[in-house]
Ligand binder design. Structure first.
Ligand SMILES: NC(=O)c1ccc[n+]([C@@H]2O[C@H](COP(=O)([O-])OP(=O)(O)OC[C@H]3O[C@@H](n4cnc5c(N)ncnc54)[C@H](OP(=O)(O)O)[C@@H]3O)[C@@H](O)[C@H]2O)c1
Length: 184
């Protein structure tokens, strides 16, 4: 069965373990998929492995506004519309107690896992004009604490919050259910 026929899907972190495995399943159901990542060699290797004309890639850093616009526009140009957004790119960062945790690593984990997800929601969802599905990859670390993973745990808790807000704002605005107000 091709339950995703005529559906176009963006996967950030599409060259990684979860992104590529998800792409495989989406493609098997008839979707067209845009893989997003920073490293072209990894993207090309994923494309080769997936081995279908229905998959494409865009080199982009999800922490950057211009790159977020770039992968959004590249998908629209290639496929015409966006139906599913898998906001998935993430990094674990160092494993160290808070008192020894490098500030640069903290900033990088928050930039990819939190700001990257937020930028994706900000720029991709408004382009899903006919509605669609949005998934964000949190983690069990979005539900509980783990020693040594302060930045990662904080970022994965935070994206659960973003998802809740996006679900309220975009369900209301995109579907036009009721007018959006700040106290929803
Ligand atoms: N694996 C697990 O056990 C597990 C468990 C719970 C949650 N998760 C979450 O699941 C998601 C995917 O994890 P994974 O295991 O598939 O990781 P992975 O194999 O390490 O892949 C990470 C992906 O994210 C991309 N990426 C990293 N930084 C990026 C950036 N700044 N801009 C664009 N792309 C970027 C990488 O591509 P480039 O290197 O080319 O940038 C790669 O495609 C992450 O959010 C992770 O936190 C994973």
């Amino acid at each position: 069965m091709e339950i995703l026929k005529n559906k176009n899907i963006i996967i950030t972190g599409g060259s990684g373990g979860i992104g590529k495995a998800t792409a495989k399943l989406f493609l098997a159901e008839g979707a067209k998929v845009m893989l997003v990542g920073r490293k072209e060699d990894k993207l090309k290797s994923a494309i080769k492995e997936l081995n279908t004309k229905n998959v494409s890639y865009c080199i982009a850093d999800v922490t950057k506004i211009e790159d977020t616009k770039k992968y959004t526009e590249a998908t629209l140009e290639k496929f015409g519309h966006i139906d599913v957004f898998f906001n998935n790119a993430g990094v674990e960062g160092s494993v160290k107690p808070i008192e020894q945790y490098p500030e640069t690593d903290f900033d990088n984990v928050i930039a990819v896992n939190l700001k990257g997800v937020w930028l994706g929601c900000k720029y991709v969802i408004p382009k899903m004009k006919d509605g669609g599905s949005v998934m964000i990859t949190s983690s069990v670390a979005g539900l509980k604490g783990f020693s040594g993973l302060g930045a990662y745990v904080a970022s994965k808790h935070a994206v659960v919050g973003i998802m809740k807000v996006a679900a309220i704002e975009f369900a209301i605005v995109v579907l036009g259910l009721i007018p959006f107000t700040l106290d929803q």
